[in-house]
Write a protein that binds this ligand. Structure first.
Ligand code: SF4
Length: 354
């Protein structure tokens, strides 16, 4: 249950209110490489992405948008920085939302033109405030004075200033985002935003890092906020293949019970001195076999009889290591005891039937 009162239509999606928290990601291809961008979006869609953002730094990128929009199944968001013309071109091309940091476009008239185009086309705007762009004063003393104040407060103040611009144009098809690279400030700033404004919130920890550290940082920040009812769409931003972002995002939402899982869940023991099988190899084979399965089944891969049969009882399928052999379970029932290779082959055959 979110605290947001307002709901916004983003193309075919509805965000805010009591609607499900949406999962989004961003491509890392050059958008003008149409083939590569479509291929990546298709992979991300299959992994559970519901809204996808693409960067449009050049006119070649915005020129590619119509072909991409036509080819893919999920709505497209254009990420605009600095040049308002890219925003106008993307809106014209048919994106459902643009991400705009008004602080990056100094000419107010240009911002007004973008707002007018969004109004005319029903395009939503995500207003971004990033910690990096927060203190703009050229006066050193003033800058220091500002920096002595909590960053979260400064970001919310800046968000208020941006919102005044949109308010004066009578535009409220807005989503708010305040991005920081640390979990603590992300929690603080989004709590303040949720208290002060009634618009949907996009949550994410920016530049979170490589998958292990970034996944934890994102899970901590987003987990706390979502549990408090704050946040209507999430992006877990991780360095590398964006496909990794989706599994973390879905894990966060399903762990909190905010979305139902649609894909298999694997339970794998960490192994210890009791394990006598190559558990990592077995788990990797199972993981590979589950790619493409779109059912919320549970598959357990366990190292020994200490916890194996217990997990197997609750899993749809399970394999449990013994002394150079394994036991395979289906629906909690033992269906085979075999050597490791034969046992894993039996389990993979069962996965094929899912
Ligand atoms: S299931 Fe067995 S091998 Fe795996 S961690 Fe537990 S005791 Fe160790």
């Amino acid at each position: 249950m979110t605290k947001t009162a307002k709901t916004i239509k983003i193309g075919p999606l509805t965000i805010g209110g009591n609607n499900p928290v949406l999962v989004q990601s961003m491509t890392n291809t050059h958008t003008c490489d149409i083939e590569a961008t479509i291929a990546q979006i298709e992979r991300l869609t299959a992994a559970g992405c519901e809204l996808i953002r693409v960067a449009v730094p050049t006119p070649q990128d915005t020129a590619a948008l119509p072909a991409i929009i036509k080819a893919v199944k999920i709505p497209l968001v254009a990420d605009v920085h600095f040049h308002y013309k890219r925003a106008l071109e993307a809106i014209e091309a048919g994106v459902v939302k643009i991400r705009l940091n008004p602080g990056n476009i100094q000419d107010r008239q240009q911002v007004n033109e973008v707002i007018a185009a969004c109004k005319a086309n029903g395009t939503a705007i995500r207003i971004g405030v990033n910690e990096g762009s927060i203190v703009e004063s050229k006066d050193k003393a003033l800058r220091q004075q500002e920096l002595n104040r909590p960053l979260a407060e400064l970001m919310v103040e800046k968000m208020g200033e941006y919102l005044d611009i949109f308010d004066s144009c009578g535009f409220d098809k807005l989503i708010l985002s305040a991005k920081c690279h640390d979990a603590r400030t992300t929690i603080d700033v989004n709590r303040l935003i949720a208290q002060r404004f009634e618009l949907p919130i996009h949550l994410g920890v920016t530049h979170a890092g490589l998958p292990a550290a970034g996944g934890v940082r994102s899970a901590v920040a987003l987990g706390v906020l979502l549990e408090e009812g704050i946040g209507n769409t999430i992006r877990v931003s991780l360095a590398g293949d964006p496909i990794n972002e989706l599994s973390v995002a879905w894990e966060i939402l399903t762990s909190l019970g905010l979305r139902k899982s649609w894909k298999p869940e694997m339970i794998v023991c960490p192994t210890c001195g009791r394990c006598q099988v190559n558990l990592l190899d077995m788990a990797q084979q199972v993981e590979a076999a589950l790619v493409g399965v779109r059912k919320p089944v549970t598959v357990a891969v366990m190292g020994c009889v200490v916890n194996g049969p217990g997990e197997a009882a609750d899993a749809d399928l399970a394999i449990c290591g013994g002394h150079n052999k394994v036991a395979v379970y289906k629906g909690g029932e033992l269906i085979a005891t075999a050597g490791c290779e034969e046992g894993i082959a039996i389990l993979l055959k069962e996965i094929e039937k899912l």
